[in-house]
Ligand binder design. Structure first.
Ligand code: GLU
Length: 313
């Protein structure tokens, strides 16, 4: 029997069902699974299906099927983020009432045009110049006065939110510009939804790819503003193609579906991923559970991983 010291870790798999899972997503999910399961923790599944039009029908089912095929499991029923819009909205309204967020009627184009230094906000977003800050007292007033739908933007009055990442180490947490927590169409922004749901699910470890590192300072500010318990973050290297860019269709089809359709077995895919993690020699085959004994996140290689030369086909 394992003796648990301190609280049990609660992790999560949080796929966006926007298309077929590829080797990059699979590696991150395998790591999230290993990190939690190796410590006897609880692993939850949340489907991040808030992006309306980008979500293809049947994609949720396909995503779960891909995860199961790899041999990853989770505890309890999957949570669909789209079923929690009321909770996201309530959190956004609490921020407005507390004077921490405000209605903003600026379009994306206006923000881009007004930004003095585009691409400095992280995630290739221009820095919001503050046009609507202090302009309206309520959403209703903003919409009546301008005839436009309003988003809700969170006020950022700091330059940085430093934090220590469990994998990537100390981070400066640079942050610039007020950011959107509720979109103009009324749907929650990713930054808010992820915080509200991780907190509601009692998540204590968020392990994800390091393209989301720039989002973490924003999310930390939201945890603090809403009085929620912050999880520990672990950002692992993104899988890239030969050009060093995030793995995408142009690097060839690395979707699990494609590999499976071509007759590649799940244990060959997991073996390939294990080799990129330094846990197995290249060409080995294994199932996720075989990687658990002695697994330590700290031993995972730190460099970016190439996923297009997988040699599986
Ligand atoms: N749903 C996001 C993705 O698939 C992950 C969000 C997160 O882990 O915070 O990229």
């Amino acid at each position: 029997m394992t003796v648990a010291f301190g609280a049990t870790v609660v992790g999560r798999l949080a796929p966006s069902p926007t298309g077929a899972l590829h080797l990059g997503n699979a590696r991150t999910f395998l790591l999230a699974w290993l990190s939690v399961r190796a410590r006897g923790g609880t692993l939850l599944l949340r489907v991040e299906d808030i992006d309306g039009p980008r979500i293809k029908s049947g994609a949720v089912h396909a995503t779960l099927e891909d995860l199961r095929w790899l041999g990853l499991d989770w505890d309890g029923e999957p949570l669909l983020q789209s079923e929690r819009f009321a909770q996201h909205r309530a959190a956004a309204e609490r921020l407005v009432l507390a004077g921490l967020a405000y209605p903003c009627v600026c379009t994306r184009k206006e923000v881009e045009e007004a930004a003095s230094a585009p691409h400095e906000g992280g995630e290739h977003e221009p820095v919001y110049p503050g046009t609507c800050r202090g302009r309206f007292t309520s959403l209703a007033e903003a919409e009546a006065a301008t005839g436009r739908a309003a988003a809700l933007r969170f006020i950022v009055d700091v330059d940085a939110v430093p934090f220590v990442d469990r994998f990537a180490g100390p981070q400066p947490g640079r942050i610039r510009g007020d950011f959107v927590v509720a979109k103009r169409d009324g749907l929650p922004a990713y930054q808010l939804a992820v915080v509200v749901d991780d907190a509601a699910q009692g998540v204590t470890e968020v392990l994800r790819a390091d393209d989301l590192l720039p989002s973490t300072p924003r999310q930390l500010l939201l945890y603090r503003a809403l009085g929620l318990r912050e999880p520990q973050f672990a950002h692992v290297p993104l899988v890239v193609g030969g050009d060093g860019l995030r793995l995408a269709k142009r690097h060839g089809d690395t979707s699990l579906r494609h590999l499976r359709d071509r007759g590649v077995a799940a244990d060959a895919v997991v073996g390939f991923l294990a080799a990129t993690l330094g846990l197995r020699p290249r060409g080995a085959r294994c199932v996720p559970a075989e990687l658990l004994p002695g697994f330590e996140l700290a031993t995972v290689p730190r460099g970016q991983v190439r996923g297009d030369d997988h040699g599986l086909l």
